[in-house]
Design a protein. Structure first.
Length: 504
């Protein structure tokens, strides 16, 4: 029977009638399969959306780090600084059109035109703060990484000191302070943000640790009513249905339930999107559009869930197709080969070889960790079979013998019953290897640091000591040459520190 005959109209009609006439127990099994597929799909979409969201954030902040251009191509000068209002950071982008190019300077993202000297454009969150001066305009979505972000774009003349004075950078926070730089446009360059990169790496690991159990859940959802389905299809095989027809009906049933669950999961993802956008990560909440996966990814995930459920359903159909009495006789499935163990060992060796390289890319490590995680599902049934053989061989009581024979009879089903606990143990052991730092690597909270030219160290220390005493603050003024927080990198700076004696 050809592929067209296997999934013809007769197959779909019979499958639909059998699904509708399954009775209360049959409908319960179908409902649970649909619910499991829906949950799997929703969580998959949320995981993928979180990873894509960090990329969208980076795309909306890249323009703030200027890409230097030669003077013939340069249209404007751009500089960046960070101010603070009520303890919250405000990103200030200073721009000025070069002489003779005022009318040709491109507009920054989120603005309809290039700002004139003296104009101030602010983000909605910054403009709403009480006591703020009237602004020229409001920055659009293209200029912002997240809701509530405080950003200001200030226009200057090209000869303004703000656009001609060199600024020191802060290596702890790349992009927070950028010296005036000639630019041809505002495409910018992406600057690696240490904190954001850590969040993105953790999101990748969390996605990995969530996706593999979800795949197991999605595959298992197709087998919730496997015994009733096998019995029903075996009866059709006895009355003369061809093996191809039986396989087609199993595939059609799994495809229908998988498609229903995937569509329900997509609707659940759309409903949860506004709630997920309110979860603060890496400094603030999200724009819902940043967490939207897009039509291509949406269709790919839907098709993947349906395909996974269908393949899982067909994988357990061998007894029905080979012999219609195989279900009644419960003939033994073929032994699981030891090649699974060799595959698992190969994956472990590969992971060790790659992860021991400290320069390995985080994506490579994540993929290797995913391979190890998935390999647990491959070696699990084999380990259950080996354990069953040991229990059977060492059995001295009937109950122990029956338990061992049950493990040998269907190790895959036994593994599915305990795989969740095994995968949870893997996740717990994985995160147990991570340590959480107890303090900041940059400075202590009771210390104020100021970068000054080395020839001014003595004068600044004397002034700082006098002002602290005048304010009745008991602090120790010193000099730190090991680390200069906002130096220019030339070695001409020293860091003057003031440490409070009793922070309480």
């Amino acid at each position: 029977m050809g592929p067209t005959r296997i999934l013809d109209r007769t197959t779909w009609t019979l499958t639909w009638r059998l699904l509708r006439g399954g009775g209360r127990h049959g409908n319960l099994g179908v409902g649970l399969s649909v619910a499991a597929s829906a949950l799997c799909t929703t969580l998959l979409f949320l995981c993928v959306g979180a990873n894509l969201g960090f990329g969208e954030r980076a795309a909306h902040t890249g323009w703030r780090t200027p890409a230097e251009a030669g003077l013939p191509q340069a249209m404007a000068v751009q500089a960046v600084s960070t101010a603070f209002i009520d303890g919250e950071p405000v990103t200030v982008i200073d721009v000025a059109a070069l002489p003779g190019k005022q009318g040709r300077a491109p507009a920054p993202p989120g603005m309809p035109r290039f700002p004139a000297p003296g104009e101030v454009w602010t983000s909605p969150a910054l403009g709403k703060l009480p006591g703020r001066a009237t602004t020229t305009g409001t920055l659009g979505r293209a200029a912002l990484a997240r809701p509530g972000e405080k950003v200001a774009v200030v226009g200057h003349r090209a000869d303004d000191p703000a656009m001609t004075t060199k600024r020191g950078t802060d290596p702890r926070r790349p992009g927070d302070i950028v010296t005036p730089t000639p630019v041809a446009d505002f495409t910018g360059t992406r600057t690696p943000d240490g904190i954001a990169s850590q969040y993105q790496d953790l999101t990748k690991l969390a996605t990995l640790l969530v996706i593999v159990p979800l795949l197991v859940l999605g595959a298992s959802s197709a087998r919730l009513s496997v015994s009733r389905r096998d019995s029903r299809l075996a009866m059709l095989r006895l009355v003369g249905a061809a093996p191809g027809r039986i396989a087609g009906m199993a595939a059609a049933e799994a495809a229908l339930t998988g498609a229903a669950g995937a569509l329900a999961g997509a609707l659940g993802y759309a409903a949860l999107l506004p709630l997920a956008a309110n979860v603060p990560v890496a400094g603030g909440s999200w724009y819902a559009s940043d967490l939207w996966v897009g039509a291509p990814v949406l269709l790919a995930v839907l098709a993947g869930v349906v395909l996974m459920v269908t393949v899982s359903a067909l994988a357990g159909l061998r007894q029905v197709v080979v012999g219609p009495l195989g279900v009644v006789r419960r003939s033994s499935a073929p032994r699981i080969k030891a090649v699974r163990a060799l595959l698992f060992v190969a994956v472990l060796i590969g992971y060790w070889q790659i992860s021991k390289d400290k320069g390995a890319d985080i994506n490579t490590v994540v993929y290797c960790c995913a391979a190890v995680f998935a390999a647990l599902s491959v070696i699990g049934p084999w380990a259950v079979g080996v354990l069953g053989g040991l229990v059977t061989g060492l059995a001295r009581r009937p109950t122990t013998l029956l338990a061992g024979r049950r493990l040998l009879d269907d190790p895959k089903s036994v593994w599915r019953a305990v795989s969740g606990l095994t995968l949870a143990g893997f996740v717990a052991g994985f995160f147990a290897l991570f340590s959480i730092a107890g303090g900041s690597p940059w400075s202590s909270p009771d210390q104020l640091s100021l970068s000054v030219p080395k020839e001014r160290v003595a004068a600044v220390r004397q002034q700082a000591d006098a002002r602290l005493k005048h304010a009745h603050i008991d602090a120790t003024v010193g000099t730190n040459t090991a680390w200069v927080a906002t130096g220019t990198g030339t070695g001409a700076e020293r860091q003057v520190t003031a440490t409070i004696a009793d922070p309480a």
